[in-house]
Design a protein around this ligand. Sequence first.
Ligand code: BYC
Length: 472
Amino acid sequence: MPRQIDYSENIPNNVDLASDRRLRRALENWQPRFAEWWSEMGPVGFQDKEVYLRTAVDVGQQGWAHFSHVKLPDYRWGIFLSERDPSRRIGFGELKGQPVWQEIPGEFRTDLRRLIVVQGDTEPASVEQQRYLGRTAPSLYDLRNLFQINVEEGRHLWAMVYLLHAYFGRDGRDEADALLERHSGDPDHPRILGAFNEKTSDWLSFLLFTYFTDRDGKYQLGALKESAFDPLSRTCDFMLKEEAHHMFVGAAGLGRVVQRTCEVMNQYDTDDVRPYGVIDLPTLQKYINFHFSVSLDLFGSETSTNAANYYSAGLKGRFAEAAYSDDHVLVDHEESISEIVDGHWSERSRPAITVVNEQLRRSYIDDCAKGMRRWNRILDEYGIDQQLGLPHEAFHRQVGIHRGQFVTPQGEIVNEAKWTELLPRLLPTEADREYVTSLMRPVYEPGHMADWIAPPVTGINTQPVDYQYVRL
Ligand code: BYC
């Protein structure tokens, strides 16, 4: 398996596509459909502009990417898998210890296809959600980051489409076509998971999406990287490498928003910063509440027989599976989860194998909390005596055991009337969204920033912040 990626091919790859004519032709058939989807559903405008993009050239640890100005449609989307470890064995479930699979055992086809389709569906969905954001970018630096994320989500779609074509025959090809036929928010053909049908129409939402929703991607890909199906594992391993930048955009971006708000709060000695054109802390908190809660839904139900079946079959593990100190089979274990019983919080013991979604969600929540601490440090540095926080995990949930319950961000159980009364203080209102939208005006001069966001500390790939990241 070559680490180096072959760019002389029509479809850049390191899976030796040249030697498999049927597969290559099938993918070459799909390629123009992808191009059509990109032009119809991808970023609006800017398609003829040169953008300073990172392209993968190698899947090894060092120097895996190179940067250059590329027009978006000319980006070289391709198929890159991490190197194969011939000694790799299944790390969990009933088949723990056996060699991993290079082909799919018949009995697991349907479940694996489902997992790959769900993963694949989110990638183009996010590009569709973000397609208008270029019109209101707060700087060229941010505009470039948006497009970097968009092209890489496109590549992650290619990654899943490769698996569907290479391992699932006719069904796989049909699923690959369907990935371009569902669209985010389409009432007749929506994307599969809830969060991917929400609007990402302003940059504050975008930054929170990359912080919270891309981080779900990190945890789901991490869990699929543990898979006994080795090509899926290796695909996810390489996707995770690209994903890190997406979460950086969110974490650093939100930090810049908080910093700018603090500057204005101090300058005018007020919490009421809207007259000065920046985002007030209560609005920021409401946006956090929204994006965190819809992203929690992406982990599925707290107790899930689907997840138990995936785990016992070795199809999908937990994030950093080896770091768990249990037996990685989980049949004789119990795990406690918090539930509301008769209007009160109660700890219930459940078979551990049924709560792996919840375990994954807990790792995710711990990771999300790190960013909050970082943003709160900025508030501290500016001497501002307020803090941002993650809402309670049962707050505003549409999936799982907390669906339909009324739980405040502090974890207090309330009745529906109280909930309705509190809501405008907990989630963004129409007026909040209108205010945030009113701030979204494009700034396309190199090095300049919109008023509501501080400049980044450094540029991309050692370039200065005022570099011409997009040649307009
Ligand atoms: N919305 O047993 P349950 C990313 C369905 S993000 C709508 O609780 P399970 C990215 C579920 O499908 C990562 N439906 O759930 C980020 C099931 O339906 P069926 C994406 C939902 O199966 C940013 C039923 O409810 N990757 O990469 O244990 C930008 C019962 O479900 C939702 C993955 O998700 C929902 N939120 O777990 C770009 C990994 N939740 O089968 C990219 C692959 C559940 O009864 N997917 N349902 O018809 C999975 O591992 C699992 O499908 C889930 C659900 C974790 C999503």
